[in-house]
Every structure is written in C-alpha cells, then in structure tokens.
Design a binder for this molecule. Sequence first.
Ligand code: GDG
Length: 725
Amino acid sequence: MSRLLIVSNRLPITLVRREGKLRAEPSHGGLATGLGSVYPSPDSLWVGWCGIALERLRGQEEVVQEMLAEKRCRGVFLSQYDIENYYYGFSNKTIWPLFHYFPLYTIYNKHFWEAYVRVNKIFCDEVLRVANEDDVIWIHDYHLMLLPQLIREKRPEATIGFFLHIPFVSSEVFRLLPWREAILEGLLGADLVGFHTFDYVRHFVESCRRILGLEHDLGYIAVGERNVRVDAFPMGIDYRKYSTAAEIPDVKAHIKRIRKRVGDHRIILSIDRLDYTKGIPERLEVFELFMEKNPEFREKVTLILVAVPSRTGVEHYRMLKRRVDELVGRINGRYGSIGWMPVWYLYRAVPFEMLVALYSLADVALVTPLRDGMNLIAKEFVASKRDGTGVLILSELAGAARELGEAIIVNPNNKEQIVSAIRQALTMPKEEQIERNRRMQQRLARYSIGGWVGDFIGTLERIKARQREIAITRLSEEVISKIVADYKRSEHRLMLLDYDGTLIPFSDYPRRAKPDDDLIPLIEALVKNPRNEVVIISGRDKETLDAWLGKTSVGLVAEHGVWIKEKDSDWQMIEHLSNEWKDEIRPVLELYADRTPGSFVEEKGYSLSWHYRRADPGLASVRARELREDLANLTCNLSVGVLEGSKVIEVKNVNVNKGRAADHWLAKRDWDFILAIGDDWTDEDMFAVLPETAYSIRVGMSVTRARFNVHSYREVRALLERLRE
Ligand code: GDG
C-alpha cells in the first residue's frame, strides 16, 4: 500500500535531554502545527532531524529510532558541525534572509553550502532507506531544496512533491545566490512544486526561465522528459480546532485569569517567533507612536507581546532580542503608571491553551511582518473568534493577506498608516467586525488544513498520471522497431521532415543553423534510395534551402508552403500570392525590433518574421504579447495570418501552411509508408492532414496531434540513421 512520506528538517517532535534522559516534546512553528493536525496516520511516516546533535546521542541511535517509530517518525542524525553550517549557516544565514528580501543579512559562505549539500544527501539516504517504490514523498521547506533531485537521480519513477513555506523571492534577488542553478535544479527534481501564493509561483518560474532557460506553459515546466507542475496552495489551518477551542476547560480558566489581570483594558495581541522578518521592533515603535498620538487611549489599552525564542544561535537574532527588550523597557518606562503596564512581554513559547485564550480575549491582533510566506497566526486568530468580534490588522507582505482581504491591510513600513489602523480597529462598530470576520471564517473553514493537504496530494497524483500519459506517446524502442520493419517492407515511402529544431538544433542566429557534416550524407543516402521520396518542409526562404540542401536533390518546401520544389526540378508557387501587405507590416515589426534589444526582423518572399530568441525573455514575452495585439488589429483587413513558432512571430499570406504543402505530396500517389516529423506548431498543420496509418513524431514533449513525441533532434537523426541502414 502506498504511504505518505513527509520529509522536513524538523520532526513534529523534538528530542531533549533532561537529567540525562531523552524525552520527546512537541515542536513549535508553522509546519509542525499545521501538518500536526493531519498527522500521524497509520499510512504515513515523517522523516526529519530529531533536534539533538549526533555527538550528544552517545551511540543511542537505535533507541532513538525506536522512540520515534512509536510516533511514526524516522530520525535523521546530524553532527554538531552540520547543524552549525547547514541549519544555522546555509538555511538560516543564507536562504532565510535572502528569501525574505534581507540581502544585507545574507552570508554567502562556501562551507555553509558544502554542509547544505552534504546534509541533503544524508536526508536522501535516509529517505531511500525507508521509502517503498509507490510511496508519495512530500518534502517541505527551504532546508531541503536539493533533496527532490537527489531522490530523483536514484529513483527516477518516484512521486515527489515539494512545498516551500517561505516566500520565493523575485528573480532579481534570487540571482544574487552563487548556487542559484543548483537550487533550481534541485527543486525541479519534484513532480509538483508548491508555494503559498501565486506571486511566489511567478517568481519561481521566472527564475527558471532566466537562470536555466526553461520555459513554462501554464504552470508546467518541461524538464527533460518530465513535466513539472508549479502551483499555489495557500496553507490552511485546522479550523475546527481553533473555532471550538474556547470550550476547553483549561482555555476557559486561562481566559478568566488573564481577564482578571487586565481588567477592562482593551487588548492588542502580538505573537510571533522572535524573527527579524516579523517586524517586532517596528511594531513596538508603532505602538509607542500610537500612545503618543492618542493620549485618550493611555491606561485603556494593553499590548500583549509574545515573542517565541528562535534561532538564538544566530547573531541577528541576538541583536533583535536586545532591541526588543530595550523598546519594551522604553515604552513601559515612558507611558506606564502604577497599576498599568502598556506592554506585557513574554519571551517564551506558551501552551496551546494559553495561546487560544489570548486569541479569544484580544480585541485587535497586530500582525505586521515585513515579509512572511503565509502567517498562520493571522488565520488562527480569526478562526478563534467565536462571536465574530475582534479586528485583524495584517501586513500586505504576508502571504495570508491574499486570502484575508477583510482585515485592515497595512504596509508594515508605514507607521502612520498602522497607527490609524489601530485607532480604526479600536473604534470599529461590533457589527462591522462581525461582518468582516464571518466572511474570512467561511473561507478558512472551507479550505482548512485537510483541504490543503488533499489539494496538494491530489494535484501531485494528477501530474503523475499526466506524465504517464506522455510516457505512452514517447517514441519507444518497440515503436522504432516497428517503424523500421514497416519501412523495409514498403515500396513507396514518403518522408516529410521539418528542418530547424527537427534535423538540426536551434541557434541564436538562424543563419548559423547550417547542415552539419553528418546531415548532408544522411539526406543524400535517403534520397538516393529509389523507393523514397524525401521532402524537407521548412519555414525558411528558398535561397537558403537551395544553398544548404540544393545539391542533394531532396524535395523542398520553403516559407511554410509558399514555394515547393520537386526532386530535380525548379521552384514553383502552389498558388499566386500578393505581397502588398508587407509595406504596412514591416515598419511595425521593425519598431518592435528597435524596442527589444536582441530581436530582429527577417524578410522572406511572402512572409515577415520577428525573431526574439536572443532577447531578454521577460521583456520579449511582454513585447510578443503587445505585438500579437497590434497585429490582430492591423491584419484584420489583409489576407494574411499571424503564426507563432518557437521564439518567432511570423506574418504571412493565409492559405499558406505546411498542411497544404504536405497535401501536395500526399496526393501524388498511394504511399505505403509515411513518416512526418516536426517540432513546433506550424508542423501541427502537417500532422493534421496525414492519414491514420502515417507515423508522425513531434520533437519536444508538448501536447500534439502527432502520434509520438521524442526529446530532441538527436533522436530524429538516430531514427533516420536506422532507416538509412
Ligand atoms: C513558516 C513561515 C508560514 C507560535 N507561537 C506559539 C505557537 N505558535 C504556532 C502558531 C502557528 C505557528 O506556530 C507559527 O506559524 P507562522 O505561520 O506564523 O510562522 P513561521 O513559524 O515563521 O512559519 C510562515 C508557515 O511556515 C507555514 O507554512 O505561514 O510564513 O515563515 O501555528 O500557532 N504555538 C504554541 N505556543 C506558542 O507560543 N502552542
């Protein structure tokens, strides 16, 4: 039976050594809390670091594994050196700051990187040790970005999902990373890569395009033979757990106790891990400004600040702690009075019952991170509001802001705006609070943590099924043997072959894609066989085709079918065409070439094309979209059509396409063997007119009318070599 294998840096339980004895305690943080609700289940296993250095386990690894196995966990053991360099180092001093737009905090250190690679390999070994063939492997977060590819290398067929819990930065920031290629390649080892928001999806696919040159098509990236899906899955919470928590006796007791202490003061709540991305000092400054600007609220409002210790071994976190301590002291000293302390400060994790008691009591939750992948605190606060009252003030730079639009959304750097938001929150009529919260609650209840897990795993299974479908159309050795056998048996064979991308690889400059030394003899050999009729059916102009292939007496089609040249005869036009439209279209294309460095216009007898292979991909895709719109307007009264090939937009007379050219040859006689091969969508017109018995092959793993797909021109050449023999 297939199991769900969750893999993350930390397990949902952390081992601690107390009085010489090992104990298991629950882990804190977004991932553990979130997935903890759907875990453990009998058909799942969680693989991760157990929280204690190998040196301190003193040979007790087996005992630890047994302890962990009871909780359906499997431990990964890391040395103190690796924890320092992989966890505190690369994960938390390189990736964490960079991915939260803190490039100045980012340390690029070769030893950190080496440890990161090594630990990802240790995780890989452990996963391979416990994973069955048909298990679904779900890897989490930024500590393990190389792991998908490492597993893929060893288990090419594995089902692997990856989810990133933090933001994926804009490609402009991501490119700062010296190991950027390896990170992207690592992630693309997965079948599904998930992020919290669509913005992060955009940043990721853009980075893949700019850095690895991989195009994406509606969230699919073709990586070798695999189609990798990239999509947004905003993480939900266990809605019921929070919405019903106030009924728990312990929670009720906490509520009563805190209320007695706070009296009738209004409560503003702030809870986070103590992390510089969460904007805690900035929030304290805002609260100070609020006190200063709104004296009528002094002695009436209390800010409860829970800061959960985090990564205390990292210098920036220690500095942050000092800063927060100072600010709390300053505000309490400045505005406090006998009997009223403006800020209640807890530097520790609180138990769940206390946490939800605070959610339940708070009038306002102030959630103003400078950057946050999602932020579950905001969601938990809203879910805990049984009577619907309470106001959420939420940073627009938290992923959660995309779903919680009824909150008061603020820019965390705009102090004045947050000060007015606090005022607005404290004076908001109850009905309005309820109306806003109810809408958010409905949404959170619908897409809760179970829905999130189901959605992710469901999508992963669908992409796997899709990959299998593509694998079926992949030209197999078996089909190749059948093609060769049919070829040998037949008397009248027609071969229609596209040129660029099919017989020869693409080049930055079309003029450079000349036939190489192997191609001409191959074509000559095929043409020489009296049973063969071979036609190169191309979009290029007839002069180029003549110059490159004229000597071989192969049949030729130029400009997608404007011109045809039968074996050993002259060029002729399929039908008479006019060229007058060119004067109108040429200046438009030239303008786009001028505005898009690296692109250029190519003119052929009956067509004009704008090529953008060498242009900046981001700019080119914007320009291509604009050009398509311009051309749609300009060409509506002309008898021309607009075609899109691989990095080229071409305008040419309508009625001219490779299908018509193919028809010309198909009609010549009864063929008992037909083979057609092409690589872009102009070749689809050719595939469309073929009889069912024909062998048609599309180069590239795209959806196609052709019966089979191959990976690259090399496989086409290999197939033709087999036929030549
Ligand atoms: C990362 C991303 C993303 C916190 N303090 C206590 C406590 N918690 C629990 C909360 C909540 C979780 O920890 C914190 O989650 P966040 O989402 O706010 O933040 P990160 O830890 O930074 O998590 C984040 C998340 O992953 C999920 O993908 O949203 O953007 O940075 O569930 O309840 N729980 C208890 N005591 C505490 O003192 N019991």
